[in-house]
Design a binder for this molecule. Structure first.
Ligand code: ADP
Length: 394
């Protein structure tokens, strides 16, 4: 079974082709295009590339296409990418303007080009379907809530993978199985003692999710990916009063405020140096005070959210770091988990320092809370879920 995963950005198109057989999943091909103005053309180029490489000669060599859609109005989960999905994406295009329109257009293009090939949408919000309602609500008037103003959560593919893989690493195959079938079977009954995990996806955009027995109990991302921790160029959490204040005080038009919050905020806005953690670390090491402060704000925010979920869960068995920043920055991991001996959390400094971009444990043997690094592989999650969705329909 060949499954293509299509990753659409406002000006980019990336793809990965996986083959699934009894031995598991193998990555057959990957590629992508930047500065895309015509997604239809990019999809043509992708299919031509896969044909030239001998992977997909015709539509019958492709058994499904999976899309990591962001959020849809009144729709989530892992579902056939049909008119209902396109309508849901269009219904929330103002909340995710960089992502929803390209996905809606991309799904349409694949429908035209590959009729008969199953298309599947895995919403980034899917992992939060079972979050307690109190963790999803903002204190806004009911009309705002009815319009969709609530905490939706994002990075669902990544956090679901961490929920499943961490359960395996902790010897809880019952929970791993529960997580694996979540979108087809629902959560089912609880089994065994509680397993509490705090998953830290720290990358170009970052979120932290508290997970009990494989289900999210809360997450740092809110209505949109403009929330939670400071993101690369995006603001993260901000008091809502800041927007009308800047409108009135500086006379900035709303579109310019939105642009600044999306493009000139986050780690870039704080540091003035850049949005990439490597550049911030280099500048901080050379004495740049704003770059150092940006790293401290990021660390502070990560500790804030980990602390919130540690309390909410009543403790935890494991904390997991994933994504570009979480996998590759031992200093930052150590700073985020500093001074937690009272909670029984002790890092092994040598293991932490040595582990970059690979899976492993970085807590000391005596630590009551285990700490893991697990590389993110969101495309593989989309491919697996696409396959499960197709199998469930047949
Ligand atoms: P996204 O997919 O959201 O763009 P990533 O998960 O790739 O994000 O994370 C990007 C971030 O990870 C950047 O801030 C980058 O500095 C950091 N990062 C990636 N690789 C490394 C590395 N080898 N060392 C330090 N930081 C890294």
């Amino acid at each position: 079974m060949n499954i293509l995963v299509a990753n659409l950005g406002s000006t980019s198109f990336k793809f990965r082709l996986f083959r699934f057989d009894e031995a598991g999943a193998a990555l057959l091909a990957r590629g992508g295009y930047e500065r895309v103005t015509d997604h239809g053309r990019a999809i043509d180029d992708c299919l031509a590339e896969l044909k030239a490489a001998g992977h997909v000669q015709s539509a019958s060599d492709l058994h499904g296409v999976g899309f990591k859609t962001v959020l849809g109005r009144n729709l989530t989960g892992c579902v056939p990418a049909d008119e209902r999905v396109i309508a849901a994406l269009e219904g929330f295009k103002d909340i995710a303007p960089a992502h929803n329109p390209p996905y809606a257009a991309g799904i349409r293009r694949f429908q035209e080009k590959l009729p008969g090939v199953p298309l599947v949408a895995l919403f980034e919000t899917a992992f939060y379907q079972w979050m307690p309602e109190a963790a999803t609500r903002y204190a806004v008037p009911e009309t705002w809530y009815q319009a969709g103003v609530r905490r939706h959560g994002f990075h669902g593919a990544s956090h679901k993978f961490i929920a499943e893989r961490s359960a395996e690493l902790l010897g809880r195959d019952d929970i791993a199985r529960r997580v694996s079938g979540l979108y087809q079977d629902g959560p089912g009954p609880e089994s065994g003692p509680p397993l509490r995990v705090i998953s830290c996806h720290l990358g170009g955009s970052s979120s932290i999710t508290g997970i009990r027995n494989g289900l999210a109990v809360g997450t740092s991302m809110g209505l949109s990916p403009q929330s939670g921790l400071p993101q690369n160029n995006r603001v993260g959490d901000l008091d809502s009063a800041a927007v009308p204040y800047m409108l009135k005080t500086l006379g900035l038009p709303l579109a310019e405020i939105e642009r600044q919050l999306v493009q000139e905020s986050g780690l870039l806005g704080l540091s003035g140096v850049g949005n990439d953690l490597r550049d911030l670390r280099a500048a901080a090491a050379q004495g740049n005070a704003r770059a150092r402060l940006a790293l401290e704000v990021f660390t502070h925010s990560a500790r804030h959210w980990i602390g919130a979920f540690h309390f909410e869960l009543g403790g935890c068995e494991a904390i997991v770091f994933t994504a570009g920043i979480g996998e590759n920055n031992p200093d930052l991991r150590a700073a985020i988990l500093r001074d937690l001996g009272q909670l029984g959390l002790v890092l092994d400094p040598a293991k932490n320092e040595a582990l970059r971009g690979a899976e492993g444990e970085i807590s000391a043997p005596a630590s009551r809370v285990r700490v893991f690094v697990i590389p993110a592989n969101e495309e593989l999650v989309v491919a697996r879920e696409t396959l499960r969705c197709i199998a469930a329909r047949n």
